[in-house]
Design a protein around this ligand. Structure first.
Ligand SMILES: [Zn+2]
Length: 372
C-alpha cells in the first residue's frame, strides 16, 4: 500500500475484549455445563438483549437462542485435551496479532479453519460460522450497537483521523469522508473466511475503495503466496503491508515506454517498476492482491489520465510562457508535495518516461510535440 492508515480507538473494540474472554476464559476452560453467566458481563447483557429484542427476532436476525452457537462450541471444547486447548489459545493470540501476521513472524504461526478442523471437524465448522457471523450479522444488531456503537460510528471517527480522502491501496480512488452520508466497506485484510478469531478485530479491518475491495481484493489472502489449487490457505506464508504500520512503505513508481506512439499506447508498451528496497515480498503481495500493474498501466493508456497529462504539457508549452522542462518541474514539485492529488504519484513517472522517450522534447516551448 502507498500510505498507512492511522489506527483509531473506538468503543466498538469492546467486541474484541468479549472475544478474548470468550475464547480464553470460557471455551478453553470448558468443563461444567454451559451457563450464560460464564460470559463477560457485558457480552452476557448483549446476548440476553438480543434474545429479548422482539424486533430483531421478527426480522429473522435471531434464528436460534442467542447463545446457541456459543454453547455448541463450548461443548466441543469440553472434548479437547489440555494441549489442544493451549494450541487454540495460542492460535487466538497469533491470529489477532495482525501486524505479526502480515510480517510473517515465525514465532507466531497463525491458524486457518483447516487447522481447527484437523482437531475437530465440527468445531472448525462451528467456529467459522460463528466468527464470520460476528461481523456480517451480530455486530450490526441493535443490542450490540446501542452498547458499543456501530460500524457507521466507527467509520465517522475513522475518517476524522484519516482525512486523506484517497484509498491507500491504489492511491488514486476517492474514499468517502466526514461530509458523505455513505461510507466505504471495510475489508478483512487477512480474510475472515480463512482465519478464525479476528473477524471483529479492527486492526484487521480497513476501509478501501470499491474498486480495490469488490473488483480486486475480494477474499484474497495477502499473507500467503498464491496456490492455484488450495488458494487462500495453500501457499507458503509471505509478508504483506500492514494497514496500520507506522513506517512508510516507501514504494517508488518508475515507468519506461517502449513506444513513442502515446496516442495508441497499450499496456504491453509500458514497463512499470514498483520498488521498495527491503520490502520486495510486501510489494509483490500488494501488486498481486490489488491488480496494481494492470490498473496503473490501464490508467496510463486512458484518454483522461496518461494521454491528458501529456497533452496538457504539450499544449501549455506550445501556447504559454513556460517550457516543457519548466512544466515538468512543476509536476515534480506537485508530486513531491501532493502525491495523491490527481494521481501525481503516477503522473510524474509517466511524464518522466515521456521525456526519456523524447515524446516530450526538451528546450523551447515550440519544439514540444506529441509524436504519433
Ligand atoms: Zn483503492
Amino acid at each position: 500500500m502507498l500510505f498507512n492508515y492511522r489506527y483509531v480507538n473506538h468503543s466498538i473494540e469492546a467486541f474484541q475484549i468479549y472475544m478474548d474472554h470468550l475464547v480464553k476464559e470460557v471455551w478453553c476452560k470448558a468443563t461444567a455445563e454451559f451457563s450464560v453467566d460464564l460470559l463477560h458481563p457485558e457480552l452476557r447483557e448483549i446476548v440476553l438483549g438480543i434474545y429479548n429484542t422482539e424486533e430483531e427476532k421478527r426480522r429473522g436476525k435471531v434464528k436460534d437462542l442467542p447463545y446457541g452457537p456459543i454453547k455448541k462450541i463450548y461443548d466441543r471444547f469440553k472434548d479437547l485435551d489440555a494441549a489442544q486447548r493451549q494450541q487454540i489459545s495460542n492460535w487466538y493470540d497469533y491470529n489477532n496479532d495482525i501486524e505479526a501476521l502480515c510480517a510473517c513472524d515465525p514465532l507466531k504461526p497463525p491458524a486457518t479453519y483447516a487447522d481447527i478442523r484437523a482437531i475437530d471437524d465440527n468445531l472448525g465448522e462451528g467456529l467459522k460460522d460463528f466468527c464470520v457471523s460476528l461481523f456480517t450479522d451480530v455486530i450490526h444488531l441493535k443490542a450490540v450497537k446501542s452498547r458499543i456503537g456501530g460500524i457507521d460510528e466507527h467509520y465517522g471517527a475513522f475518517v476524522i483521523e484519516n482525512k486523506e480522502g484517497k484509498c491507500p491501496y491504489c492511491g488514486y480512488s476517492d474514499i468517502k469522508g466526514a461530509h458523505h452520508t455513505r461510507r466505504e466497506a471495510y475489508d478483512h485484510f487477512p480474510p475472515k473466511g480463512t482465519y478464525p478469531f479476528n473477524s471483529v478485530n479492527f486492526r484487521n479491518l480497513a476501509p478501501m475503495c470499491q474498486e480495490c475491495n469488490s473488483a480486486y481484493k475480494l477474499a484474497k489472502n495477502p499473507t500467503r503466496h498464491v496456490d492455484p489449487i488450495r488458494r487462500n490457505t495453500g501457499g507458503t506464508r509471505r509478508r504483506a503491508f500492514y494497514s496500520y504500520a507506522t513506517v512508510a512503505s516507501g514504494i517508488t513508481v518508475t515507468v519506461t515506454l517502449k513506444t513513442k506512439d502515446v496516442t495508441n499506447l497499450l499496456p504491453n508498451d509500458i514497463d512499470l517498476q514498483l520498488t521498495a528496497p527491503g520490502r520486495e515480498e510486501e510489494v509483490e503481495a500488494w501488486k498481486d492482491v490489488f491488480g496494481i500493474e494492470e490498473r496503473y498501466k490501464a490508467k496510463f493508456c486512458a484518454k483522461n489520465d496518461g494521454k491528458a497529462w501529456l497533452e496538457q504539457i504539450v499544449e501549455e508549452a506550445a501556447n504559454g510562457d513556460l517550457t516543457s522542462d519548466q512544466l515538468f518541474a512543476q509536476v515534480c514539485r506537485a508530486a513531491e508535495r501532493y502525491p495523491y492529488d490527481s494521481a501525481n504519484f503516477l503522473k510524474k513517472p509517466f511524464l518522466a518516461a515521456c521525456k526519456a522517450a523524447k515524446i516530450i522534447r526538451t528546450g523551447q516551448a515550440d519544439s514540444v510535440c506529441v509524436e504519433d
